[in-house]
Design a protein around this ligand. Sequence first.
Ligand SMILES: Cc1cc2nc3c(=O)[nH]c(=O)nc-3n(C[C@H](O)[C@H](O)[C@H](O)COP(=O)(O)O)c2cc1C
Length: 394
Amino acid sequence: MATLETSFLGIKFENPFLLASAPPTALVESIDKAFELGWGGAVLKTITPDNLEMLEASPRYAVMKEKNKVIGFQNIELLSHKTVKYWCDGIRYLKEKHPKKVIIASIMAPVEKEEWQDLVKTLNETPIDAFELNFSCPHGMPEKNIGMAIGTSAEISILITSWVKAVAKKPVFVKLTPNVTNIAWISNAVERAGADGFAAINTVQGFMGVDLDTLEPNLCIDGCTTYGGCSGEIVKPIGLRCVAQIRQSSQLPILGIGGISKWQDAAQYIAVGSDAVQVCTEVMLNGYGIIGNLKKGLLEYLESKNMDSISDLKNRVISKISAHEDLNKNYCMKPVVDNEKCISCEKCTRICAESEHHALSLEDGKIELDEGKCQGCSLCSIVCPQSAITMNSK
Ligand SMILES: Cc1cc2nc3c(=O)[nH]c(=O)nc-3n(C[C@H](O)[C@H](O)[C@H](O)COP(=O)(O)O)c2cc1C
């Protein structure tokens, strides 16, 4: 029998699914409900010093849809509006009621040693399990030198990590932003400053679109917009890439985040190096109850692969990621067409011709391949609506 039990920074988790710091963890009673439903832990909505002024805008969300299904958010929400005392009391209440659940305090403050250390010292007196340093919110609030303004600067990230490490009585990990050239530059820097691990990714800075009737931005606040943070399914490739890049340069634990909507996404994050995962947008869209299918699917997958636990899955793909120059250029795949399935739509011949190669043609109702011209790029098999083309290695 496989198990979903795991650990991160020496903390035991009933299962690897945590709620990410976001609206689903903005209230103690909501976290209480999520724990009842089976989540392994929660990262609290980012706590800031009580004197930090935060004014929210309305509306706060734009969406990207596919066939009427939301596949991505762009949000401009700020941090927790609850006081530090609210969270201290809430953490004590939740821990007493759910002693086996993991509770992580996400924190953020202006770049002042005292502000960071006072917040940590206050939270040290509660039964939290770890600190997540939010160096990564793209809109909250870089103009005040916090959020992503920290996580895009190795120097400031090092400074704050060392301030926090100097006083924290619990493990400290850093939530990193994908909005940098190479996330490993920042993860390496905070590791040198004493960070115990990482979480990645926070939202990806974006601009969702323009209403072409009104010529207003899709997220429009009284005629104006600002760049927001994108999340949900649309950011998964960026999240996976970031986690893999961190893993390739560090052995420290990682919580993978970004576009996890089903167990398969979580399994992929673990395969590229995550120790556990966090979920936000999918919970907002479909509720805390999604945890049932996440746990069931991942457990069944481990069993189907004869894996005892997620540590058997962790890092399995990392050694398969290399620089382009190290890829085997003698390896070439060629398309094999099942003409029984082909409906002569010519999507494959068009994309092949218009993307340079002219290797496919339709002759007497059959797709013919000119092997000499084919470079094995695979576009033909990707566009075939009938799955009539498979790629085989030569
Ligand atoms: C509305 C909203 C508010 C968020 N607030 C926070 C926050 O306060 N602190 C934080 O670290 N991340 C915050 N996030 C980022 C999420 O924790 C998460 O990193 C991101 O959404 C990617 O995960 P997902 O694709 O599962 O949503 C927020 C995300 C959303 C959508």
